[in-house]
Design a binder for this molecule. Structure first.
Ligand SMILES: NC(=O)c1ccc[n+]([C@@H]2O[C@H](COP(=O)([O-])OP(=O)(O)OC[C@H]3O[C@@H](n4cnc5c(N)ncnc54)[C@H](OP(=O)(O)O)[C@@H]3O)[C@@H](O)[C@H]2O)c1
Length: 238
């Protein structure tokens, strides 16, 4: 029986590459995204859903139910850094409640609501591995440059959520793993405005990033739970 992995936020650059890589590696892949259709016809099931909305928790739960017994992992890719009207803040005066709230909404809520949909499945036999894509710039200890207030604050909130979730699910199952991961700088709609002057040797293709995330996904176990990992497998301080 193939192991099932859910890729959420499956239509972003990293989500698309992860879906492909998991299929190549013979996983059964199910996906969830705001897009109507799956990105690949080998995907076993696809849910079109906006995970920033709390009233979709039950919809996700019902959809997941047939896959629950084989569900090996979940990789939640949702995140936002900028939109047509907002760039990451360079200084305090650019911070607005509106953009901070939007950043919180996309960087935290899809991770929260998806975990609420999954939570009833976590029992003493569960061996689920949960990965939330976060960012190194959310590390409070690692913040040397400042700026990017809303992204840093919302991803730091995500990191606290992951730590707290790892404790709750860890109490329920000794074999459940919950981690956050920095995928590395990867070309995407999210990173595009900021990669022009980025060193080429530190810009990783989506397929390279997907391989690294999958390697980490397959490597971690419950003892590694509750941490933020770099794409090279080292731990980033919270
Ligand atoms: N690329 C990088 O260099 C880099 C570096 C550090 C961290 N990350 C993190 O890696 C993750 C994937 O990023 P990516 O580079 O693949 O970016 P991307 O191509 O822009 O994908 C963004 C993801 O966020 C979801 N999303 C965007 N806006 C949304 C909204 N308004 N409401 C709900 N969902 C929304 C998309 O889901 P749909 O499938 O529904 O479209 C998609 O999964 C993000 O969490 C990002 O913060 C990326």
């Amino acid at each position: 029986m193939k192991k099932t992995v859910l890729v959420a936020g499956s239509h972003g650059s990293i989500g698309l590459a992860l879906t492909k890589r998991l299929l190549q590696n013979d996983y059964r892949v199910i996906t969830a995204s705001r897009s109507d259709l799956p990105s690949d016809d080998r995907v076993s099931a696809h849910l079109c859903v906006d995970m920033t909305q709390s009233d979709n928790v039950q919809k996700i739960r019902d959809w997941l139910s047939p896959y629950s017994s084989d569900l090996k992992g979940i990789i939640q890719c949702a995140g936002i850094l900028h939109d047509d009207n907002h760039s990451p803040e360079k200084h305090l005066g650019q911070v607005s409640a509106e953009w901070l709230e939007k950043s919180m909404s996309v960087n935290v809520l899809p991770h929260l609501y998806l975990s609420q949909a999954v939570s009833p499945l976590i029992n003493s036999h569960s061996e689920l591995t949960w990965v939330s894509l976060s960012a190194k710039v959310a590390s409070i200890e690692d913040n040397q440059l400042g700026g990017w207030y809303s992204y840093r604050m919302s991803k730091a909130a995500l990191n606290m959520f992951i730590k707290t979730l790892s404790i709750e699910w860890g109490r329920r199952s000794k074999r459940c793993t919950v981690i956050a991961m920095h995928p590395g700088t990867t070309p995407s709609a999210l990173s595009e405005p900021f990669t022009k002057n980025w060193p080429q040797d530190k810009l990783y293709s989506p397929s390279m990033t997907a391989s690294r995330i999958l390697a980490q996904f397959e490597h971690v176990n419950a003892e590694d739970s509750g941490r933020l990992y770099h794409h090279d497998g080292t731990v980033i301080p919270w």
